[in-house]
Design a protein around this ligand. Structure first.
Ligand SMILES: [Zn+2]
Length: 210
């Protein structure tokens, strides 16, 4: 079972231990580490790029209880330097945290977030009615979520066995395995690019100012 340090730590580099490196049919290498800093794709968040030794990490996935790093070259078994791309991690964390704030905003208007897709360029949160839904406009959502950004609410991560929740300040915490900013101020200004109704659902598309 791969230890997943990204669940409790923001560290982007460490000395790691390569347990196995297996060539795949398409000429890439599946690398398994004893412990990883790489967030695997899932939960609406893309995987972290970076390096393991001299190899570039192209994709990371969770396979049963192992985190598998797909690399572009072979990595020797044993000690290796592990580095996660700070630019990509920061962008993914800001987008994911913004998604949580939008989810909370929807709840205030009688909607429940049923799906979050926090990918650069295509980020969105999908809502379904929950109780007595009221109309949400892009302006209203922007005003609310950017109020939470301005307030600089601190992240609170609670890990209890397999259960992990992430909250900000006194806002309700959500069950989540993703990476998040330490303070909502780190998200920067959130832009709501589109609010669309589709078969009873509301799709809220968003982006970050820079
Ligand atoms: Zn989440």
């Amino acid at each position: 079972m791969t230890q997943r340090h990204y669940l409790t730590s923001d560290d982007l580099s460490m000395s790691g231990q390569v347990l196995s490196c297996t060539r795949t049919d398409d000429g890439q290498y599946e690398v398994v580490l004893a412990a990883t800093l790489f967030h695997p794709q899932g939960g609406g968040q893309p995987s972290d790029p970076g390096t393991i030794g001299d190899a570039n990490v192209l994709r990371v996935s969770q396979v049963d209880d192992q985190v598998v790093h797909m690399c572009d070259r072979e990595v020797p078994v044993g000690d290796a330097r592990i580095e996660v791309s700070s630019a990509a991690r920061s962008l993914h964390a800001r987008l994911h945290s913004a998604g949580h704030l939008i989810g909370f905003c929807g709840e205030q208007f009688g909607w429940r977030a049923v799906k979050g897709h926090h990918w650069p360029g295509e980020a969105r949160v999908v809502f379904e009615p929950d109780g007595d839904p009221r109309e949400m406009t892009g302006d209203i959502i922007e005003q609310q979520v950017n109020g939470h950004v301005d307030a600089g609410l601190s992240r609170a991560v609670l890990l209890d066995g397999d259960k992990r929740t992430v909250g900000f300040g006194s806002l309700p915490a959500y069950s989540c395995g993703g990476t998040h900013v330490a303070s909502t101020a780190d998200i920067g200004k959130i832009k709501i690019s589109k609010v669309k109704e589709k078969k009873g659902q509301v799709w809220v598309y968003y982006d970050l100012e820079q």
